[in-house]
Design a protein around this ligand. Structure first.
Ligand SMILES: [Zn+2]
Length: 87
């Protein structure tokens, strides 16, 4: 009887995966880099050839090379860096 009880207990101890889901994404990370500023990102690129960002929460790694960074600043920041853009 003892034994059965044990087994039941063990089965309920299956690891519970935390409900926490990180909301990070490559898009968000890219936005973060844009807010960091082109000069800052360029200096990292010059130094390391690639900008790698690791999420503090889920450890996801996002890396951006020169081409990615070019894209980021071409698309992501058009509304940030040209607030008074007119035609
Ligand atoms: Zn994350």
């Amino acid at each position: 009887m003892h034994r059965l009880f044990w087994q039941e207990q063990l089965e309920q101890y299956t690891p519970v995966t935390p409900r926490f889901v990180c909301t990070c994404s490559r898009l968000r990370t890219g936005h973060m880099l844009v807010t960091l500023g082109r000069a800052e990102v360029d200096s990292i690129l010059a130094e390391q050839g690639v900008v790698s960002v690791t999420c503090d929460f889920c450890n996801a790694l996002y890396s951006f090379d020169a081409v990615d960074v070019g894209h980021l600043f071409a698309t992501g920041s058009s509304d940030l860096s040209h607030p008074g853009r007119r035609h």
